[in-house]
Design a protein around this ligand. Structure first.
Ligand SMILES: [Zn+2]
Length: 413
């Protein structure tokens, strides 16, 4: 592959820094190079420097002029549910009319409707729809996506979703990081305890032996999987070598953040209802909070998680899309940055850090992606703006001009 030299970024947002997640005040330091450039060889970053210096070293490299635009590392979306069939348009309209979650479920909506459609879909239909979602992620500048199963809820249907994720990895430019979320909700017609048994005795061993997932996740909440059931599943997953993520404290402060700390989970996600005690527990155990403002927004709620308190407590905060058909139908990280700034009072710099380097560490990939530094994979986007803060400021449309994965342009001009 021919070397590539990118010149004249108004701001090259490198996020160069210590080789670990950025906590507290470190989240404000983006290591910006003005009029910056990148030299890329063999799909990796060879050097980041001033545009002049990169041009001097370019040799026979193909030159791309960024034309005074902003360059950012590819977004790393650390919480998403991209494999499902159909949509939830009827739920969306009912919610707009003021119907409650219970009314919507009684009318045949809710998560169960997505489970039924996903079970009924063929492998190829499920893959085709997921590829459409992958194209949306790319268009918004996202080059790595965590992908959860969880709309199958039988052994064969969970395996079907995880195999679709494996094929997405092979057949799209995005790197998908697979997470087994068999414990998304207890299936209809089965008690939660019986289902926990099935997850532990049948699903987890099969997922682990086929190496279909790197992480295990549980929806820990009253009415779904309580603390004890969540702990059983995650402990079994850990023994099989999986790392842990938890849907915690979304609807109530049920102790999910503390459980994440007790089990040394990599992340605790959602945290809308987490209090100071939960924040302290995550801090002492080194758990990274993954905040999902898109779902708060799309559900018409105003109960955003306490991002400011988490950053001030020294946590390495991550923000993600929670892309899913029910509560967060957006793959758009720039929109998530906007929500982080306007609703959670994060600064634009903190939001960028949370969506790149911190997210990369939360997926166990901080040594390969998430910043623009020599040796890392050349995943980055050129945005149609001069100042990185514009990415969070102008909202509702992606300003991505072109997106590069492994040093190759995969979308845009
Ligand atoms: Zn989720």
């Amino acid at each position: 592959m021919q070397a590539l030299a990118i010149l004249h970024a108004s701001q090259l947002i490198t996020l160069a820094g210590p080789k670990r997640p950025r906590a507290g005040g470190e989240m404000s330091d983006l290591s910006i190079i003005r009029d910056g450039g990148i030299l890329i060889r063999d799909s990796r970053i060879d050097r980041v420097d001033s545009s002049d210096e990169i041009e001097r070293r370019a040799g026979t490299a193909q030159i791309v002029n960024a034309g005074g635009r902003v360059i950012l590392p590819g977004f790393v979306d650390a919480h998403a549910h991209p494999v499902f069939a159909g949509n939830r348009l009827d739920d969306f309209e009912r919610r707009a009319r003021g119907e409650t979650y219970e009314q919507i479920a009684a009318a045949g909506g809710g998560i169960w409707s997505t489970v039924e459609k996903t079970r009924a879909a063929s492998d190829s239909d499920l893959l085709a729809q997921a590829k459409k979602h992958a194209a949306w992620f790319l268009r918004c500048g996202t080059t790595t996506v965590e992908a959860k199963s969880g709309y199958g809820l039988t052994l064969s249907d969970e395996l079907k979703s995880l195999r679709v994720i494996r094929r997405l990895n092979e057949e799209t430019p995005i790197e998908f990081v697979p997470t087994f979320l068999g414990a998304h909700t207890p299936p209809r017609g089965m008690g939660a305890d019986d289902y926990v048994d099935l997850v532990i005795s049948k699903m987890l061993p099969q997922v682990a032996s086929e190496k279909l997932a790197e992480f295990c996740d549980v929806f820990c909440e009253g009415g779904y999987f309580d603390i004890k059931q969540s702990k059983m599943i995650l402990t079994a997953a850990k023994k099989l070598g999986l790392k842990l993520r938890i849907h915690a404290d979304q609807l109530s402060n049920s102790g999910g953040a503390r459980l994440a700390a007790d089990l040394n989970a990599t992340t605790a996600d959602h945290l809308e209802k987490t209090n100071g005690e939960g924040i302290a527990a995550m801090k002492s155990a080194g758990v990274q909070p993954v905040l999902l403002p898109g779902s708060v927004y799309a559900l018409g709620s105003t109960a955003y998680p306490r991002a400011r308190d988490m950053i001030d407590a020294g946590l390495a905060v991550v923000i993600a899309s929670d892309f899913n058909p029910g509560s967060s139908p957006t793959p758009c990280m720039p929109m998530v940055l906007s929500l982080a700034c306007t609703q959670m009072k994060m600064s634009p710099a903190e939001a960028v850090t949370a969506a790149t380097i911190n997210a990369a560490y939360s997926l166990n990939r901080g040594n390969k992606i998430g910043s623009l530094e020599a040796g890392k994979i050349a995943n980055f986007s050129i945005f149609d703006c001069e100042d990185y803060r514009e990415i969070a400021y102008w909202f509702g449309f992606p300003q991505t001009r072109s997106v590069y994965v492994k040093g190759e342009r995969v979308t845009g001009a």
